[in-house]
Design a protein around this ligand. Structure first.
Ligand code: C5P
Length: 400
């Protein structure tokens, strides 16, 4: 996809600049020709020599070469490029881009670039969450800049939150997707994906949950976003990073997940219900840690709301996809769920199949709708996600 493409890699003054070396290498290995532009501060984080060696081109930082007075033409650079990727993009550079400030070569190149522009923000969580940064990002999106969402996790400051630059491999996938028009087939559509296990509190320290890792749902969110869809990923607790281009809504209990989904549903063209939602929750959550006694104990449980069925009742012309994980009577149970929850199709995964189910990176599934059943072979969860999204796309086409 990137073979022969001209990419300007812009690097700004963030600690995440160390990842730009790997990013540059990945772009070059994918066949792209890369020229690197750095802000003066970026040189403090990664040396021009490193970037020149990896990109196989001289590094551009200043408007002109002080030794011989030769100008670095931001205009011809902007014309040369098929894509201008700024990674990492600091809050400062984002703010300047949003308001058209042009006080360094990286910014003048932005104002001259006629190509696709993508930025991968990197900053501390408070700076990222600040209303000013969010306003600037919204402005850049409105200006047609593609924003590669930062991940959540440990930041250089030691704080934990959203602001960590997306991983180089994910950035490359996003840039590839920018060039792949086929993958943009869901541009303008919005989807809700539920993922992971819910957590039902018993008391302040204990809970009921299950083995779901969230990997299948995260792969689905990634696949939908790669095709240009807006994706809300309503997620129970997982150790996974938010896929690029996806907005995660964190929840814990089934009730919280249900509330988040009901709020988002009117804005969506479809939903994939991939979460392993608890069917029962403690009837009463003890305020204090429950003390052990000599005898046995039991906990009264009450039913949770069925999120898929709740959305199914208010479905209208939207698309609803569910999952069924069965240990017996797989087909009968899956078809009954499909009907009961008003789904367009259901993805059946059997715990009996090797390579299927919880935690692993592969799955073996069947796609079942009212008329047909397609059994897919063992695939990675990301490949399974692509097959599910292919089917969603063809149903959406039929519906229109
Ligand atoms: O009825 P069962 O839990 O087996 O159905 C599985 C499907 O329903 C999955 O798509 C799951 O995400 C969804 N579900 C839900 N809310 C629940 C229970 C299941 O959305 N409370």
């Amino acid at each position: 996809m990137l073979k022969g493409k001209h990419i300007i890699l812009g690097i700004t003054g963030s600690i995440a600049a160390y990842k730009s070396a790997v990013l540059c290498r990945l772009l070059v290995s994918a066949g792209a020709e890369v020229k690197v532009v750095m802000t003066p501060l970026a040189k403090q984080f990664i040396t021009p020599l490193t970037m020149a060696t990896l990109s196989k081109n001289p590094i551009l930082v200043d408007f002109f070469n002080p030794e011989n007075g030769e100008w670095n033409s931001h205009v011809s650079l902007g014309e040369w490029a098929d894509c201008y990727l700024i990674a990492p993009a600091t809050a400062n550079t984002i703010a300047k881009m949003a308001s058209g400030v042009a006080d360094n070569l990286l910014l003048t190149t932005y104002l001259s670039a006629r190509c696709k522009v993508a930025i991968a923000p990197a900053m501390d969580l408070d700076m990222y969450a600040h209303v000013a940064t969010q306003r600037n990002l919204a402005q850049l999106k409105a200006d047609g800049v593609y924003v590669i969402e930062p991940g959540a996790g440990e930041l250089a400051s030691g704080l934990v939150g959203k602001g960590r630059m997306a991983e180089p491999q994910d950035i490359v996938s996003e840039v590839e997707a920018l060039f792949d028009e086929k993958k943009k087939s869901l541009q303008g559509k919005s989807f809700l994906v539920t993922a992971g296990a819910t957590i039902e509190p018993i008391d302040p320290v204990r809970f009921i949950s299950n083995h779901s890792s969230g990997k299948m749902g995260y792969a689905l969110a990634e696949s939908l976003a790669a095709r240009g869809a807006k994706v809300w990923l309503v997620s129970g607790r997982t150790a996974l990073d938010v896929p690029a281009g996806v907005e995660r809504v964190d929840v814990l209990s089934a009730e919280q997940m249900c509330e988040a989904c009901c709020e988002l549903w009117p804005k969506c063209d479809g939903a994939v219900m991939c979460a392993a939602v608890a069917d029962y929750t403690p009837a009463v959550v003890a305020e204090q840690k429950i003390k052990k006694g000599d005898g046995d104990m039991s906990i009264a449980l009450k039913r949770t709301r069925d999120i898929a069925a709740t959305l199914g009742k208010e479905k209208g012309s939207r698309l609803l996809v569910g999952f069924a994980m069965e240990t017996e009577n797989e087909m009968t149970n899956a078809v009954s769920k499909l009907q009961r929850k008003n789904m367009d199709f259901i993805v059946l995964n059997s715990l009996r199949q090797a390579g299927a189910g919880f935690r692993g990176d592969t799955n073996v599934v069947s796609l079942i709708d009212a008329e047909s059943r397609v059994d897919l072979p063992l695939m990675s969860k990301r490949e399974v996600a692509d097959k599910i999204v292919d089917k969603m796309e063809s149903i959406l086409e039929e519906k229109n």
